[in-house]
Write a protein that binds this ligand. Structure first.
Ligand code: NAI
Ligand SMILES: CCCCCC(=O)/C=C/C=C\C/C=C\C/C=C\CCCC(=O)O
Length: 282
C-alpha cells in the first residue's frame, strides 16, 4: 500500500542545506502540511523558511535553531513542533557530518549516530500506538559507506553502518506490528552538497580523490528519493539513491548498490592507483 504525505507534519534534522533542504522541498511538493527544520545554521535555516513560506503559504515551514547533540534542545524542538501542530507524523534524521580526524571523530559519532538514535527513540515514544501515539515514520540517513567499503573514512563508515543496523532492527516487523512506527534507512551515493567542500582536505591528504572529475548526484534527486521511499517503503526497508537514478529498494540485496556505485568506485580506484604510481616515481 502506498503511503501519502498529504496533510502530514514532518520534522527534518539538519534540514537547512544539502540533501536535508531538498528533502524539505520534496515533502512540501508531496503535500506535507508542515515541515519543521532543525539546524545549527541559523542564516541558511531562516532563508529556507522564508523562501518556502513565500512559495507554499504562511507557516508551512518553521526553522528551529537546534544542535542535535544537545538533548534538551532536541527534545525542546520536538515539543515545540508538537505544540504548534498537534502531532509529528514523519521524522527525517538527516543531520550528519564527515570528519574522521582524530581530533573530531567523537563529534562525528555523536551527530551521525548517538543523536540519531536519541531522536529515533524520542520519535518512537511519541508515535508508538501502545503509548498513546497514532504511528508514524522515521527515516534515517545512512550512506553507500554503510554498504560498501571506503577505507579512507573508517569512522564515518562505522556510524553509517550502525545507522543501517539500528534502523532495520527498530523497524523490524515484530516491533512495527505493535508500534505502528515505520523505520526506513536511506543510503545515498556521493551527492553534490556542502559536505564535499568541507572534506577537500581529506581527499587531498588521504584518498587523493578528486570529486570534480565525477558526475555527482544532484541533491534534488536525493530529496526526491526520500519521499519515494516514504511512499513505497515497508518498515525496516533499505533504500539506495545514487547517480540520479530512481530510488531503489535494496533491502533484500545490498549488492545492487555495488552495481550502481561501481562506475564511481572504479574511477576512484584508478585515481588512487595513479596517485600511488606518481608517488613511487618521485
Ligand atoms: N552528500 C553526500 O554525498 C552524502 C550524504 N549523506 C548523508 O546525508 C546527510 C546530509 O548530508 P549533506 O546534505 O550532504 O551535508 P550538508 O553538510 O549539506 O548538510 C548537513 C546539515 O546538517 C547540519 N548539521 C550538522 N551538524 C548538526 C548538528 N549538530 N545539529 C543540527 N544540524 C547539524 C548542517 O548545518 C547542515 O545543514 C548526512 O547524514 C550525510 O552523512 C549520505 C551519503 C552521501
Ligand atoms: C566515496 C564515499 C562515499 C560516502 C558517501 C557519503 O556518505 C558522504 C560523502 C561525502 C563526501 C565524500 C567524502 C569522502 C570520500 C572519501 C574518501 C573516498 C575514498 C574511497 C576509497 O578510498 O576507496
Amino acid at each position: 500500500m502506498a503511503h501519502s504525505l498529504n496533510g502530514k507534519v514532518a520534522l527534518v534534522t539538519g534540514g537547512a542545506s544539502g540533501i536535508g533542504a531538498c528533502t524539505v522541498r520534496s515533502l512540501l511538493e508531496e503535500g506535507a502540511k508542515h515541515v519543521a527544520v532543525l539546524d545549527i545554521e541559523v542564516e541558511a535555516g531562516n532563508v529556507l523558511q522564508n523562501e518556502l513560506n513565500t512559495k507554499y503559504g504562511e507557516n508551512k515551514v518553521t526553522f528551529i535553531e537546534c544542535d542535535v547533540t544537545n538533548k534538551e534542545t532536541l527534545v525542546g524542538a520536538f515539543n515545540a513542533v508538537q505544540e504548534q501542530n498537534g502531532y509529528i507524523d514523519v521524522v527525517v534524521n538527516n543531520a550528519g557530518i564527515l570528519d574522521d580526524t582524530p581530533e573530531n571523530f567523537e563529534r562525528t559519532i555523536n551527530i551521525n549516530l548517538t543523536s540519531l538514535i536519541r531522536s529515533s527513540l524520542h520519535s518512537w515514544k511519541i508515535m508508538h500506538k501502545e503509548k498513546g501515539g497514532s504511528g508514524g515514520t522515521i527515516i534515517n540517513f545512512s550512506s553507500v559507506a554503510g554498504l560498501l567499503k571506503f577505507e579512507a573514512i573508517p569512522i564515518y563508515s562505522a556510524t553509517k553502518t550502525a545507522v543501517l543496523k539500528f534502523s532495520t532492527c527498530l523497524g523490524d516487523e515484530t516491533h512495527y506490528t505493535r508500534s505502528g512506527v515505520r523505520v526506513l534507512a536511506m543510503c545515498f551515493g556521493v551527492t553534490d552538497t556542502p559536505i564535499l567542500e568541507n572534506n577537500t582536505k581529506l581527499f587531498d591528504e588521504t584518498a587523493k580523490i578528486n570529486f570534480k572529475e565525477f558526475k555527482l548526484q544532484r541533491p534534488e534527486s536525493a530529496g526526491k528519493a526520500v519521499t519515494e521511499a516514504y511512499k513505497q517503503g515497508t518498515s525496516a526497508s533499505v533504500w539506495l539513491s545514487n547517480a540520479d537514478e530512481p530510488a531503489l529498494d535494496v533491502t533484500k540485496d545490498h549488492s545492487k548498490s555495488m552495481e550502481s556505485a561501481l562506475k564511481v568506485y572504479l574511477k576512484m580506484q584508478q585515481q588512487k592507483k595513479k596517485h600511488q604510481q606518481q608517488k613511487q616515481q618521485q
